[in-house]
Write a protein that binds this ligand. Structure first.
Ligand SMILES: C[S@@+](CC[C@H](N)C(=O)[O-])C[C@H]1O[C@@H](n2cnc3c(N)ncnc32)[C@H](O)[C@@H]1O
Length: 258
């Protein structure tokens, strides 16, 4: 009888292959099958063994070519056939990554799963830009928030709780909703001058950054046509970007990484 294989739920980090963990790299290099998301870069996929079976299951906000149930089944089938499966996800598999749902499905089928943490996009983007997500005197904490909303739906967030001037917010999946998010936060009292840094394709050669303010980010982000994936860092810590103190009327500035 075939011995069941195993699934490694691996965080591939924000994009730069050098930001993968050693463990992620070692396990990827021993995989029989690699099941990967859209956010995993070509450079990282190139690190898989040449003989590995490569299965793309990428999703984008309005385009789900492989439904989650099907992804769960693929993982169970591959491991059930005795294969070592690297389930590669961008960032960390458990931050807006549905990794826990996949792990639960595999556990129901008696398949062993091991979690391999990755650097989430917020940490990668902020750290490379020199923006501390927490900083004494500026932010006592950080909140990771989804900006994703179902088509034609209003984003239902707890604006009062989020509009805390002593906390940093990082908005994932927020390109389409950032204008609405900014209005929600300002309505609950966050000043329009609060600095915002949008980072697209963080830690890759195509990284770009847009420095703006809460009052202007909706318009700025539309006008600059930010490329996906993008996240938004909102809060006083952004005033430390490149060591500059952003004035109250924050400047709008788009720049390549550097
Ligand atoms: C479905 S979530 C997956 C998050 C991932 N599990 C993580 O821990 O980073 C996708 C969102 O993550 C953010 N993201 C992922 N990689 C990014 C990158 N390299 N640069 C900027 N944002 C990124 C974007 O907001 C994107 O819409």
């Amino acid at each position: 009888m075939t011995q069941p294989g195993k699934v490694f739920l691996i965080g591939a980090g924000p994009g730069d292959p050098e930001l993968m963990t050693l463990r992620a790299l070692r396990l990827l290099q021993t995989a029989d099958t690699v099941v990967y998301d859209r956010l995993v870069s070509r450079e990282i996929l190139a690190l898989a063994p040449p003989e590995a079976r490569m299965i793309p299951v990428g999703k984008s906000p309005h385009n789900h070519p492989v439904p989650q149930e099907r992804i769960n089944d693929i993982l169970a089938q591959e491991a059930g056939a005795g294969h070592i499966v690297a389930r590669l996800k961008g960032g960390d598999p458990l931050i807006f990554g549905r990794g826990a749902e996949e792990a639960a499905h595999l556990a129901e089928h008696g398949i062993a799963v091991e979690h391999v943490p990755g650097i989430t996009a917020a940490q990668g983007a902020a750290s490379v830009a020199g923006v501390p997500l927490t900083h004494r005197g500026l932010a006592t904490g950080v909140q990771y928030v989804t900006g994703h909303r179902a088509a034609d739906q209003v984003l239902d967030l707890d604006w009062k709780r989020l509009a805390n001037p002593d906390t940093t917010l990082v908005i994932y999946m927020g390109v389409a909703s950032i204008g609405q998010i900014a209005v929600g936060l300002m309505t609950e009292g966050l000043p329009g001058s609060t600095p915002v840094l949008a980072v697209s394709r963080a830690t890759t050669a195509e990284e770009t950054r847009l420095l703006s303010s809460l009052g202007r980010i909706g318009t700025d982000s539309r006008d600059s046509g930010l490329a996906a994936p993008t996240l938004f860092i909102i809060g006083k810590v952004v005033s430390l970007y490149r060591g500059q103190v952003v004035p109250d009327e924050a400047i709008t500035q788009v720049s390549a990484r550097g």
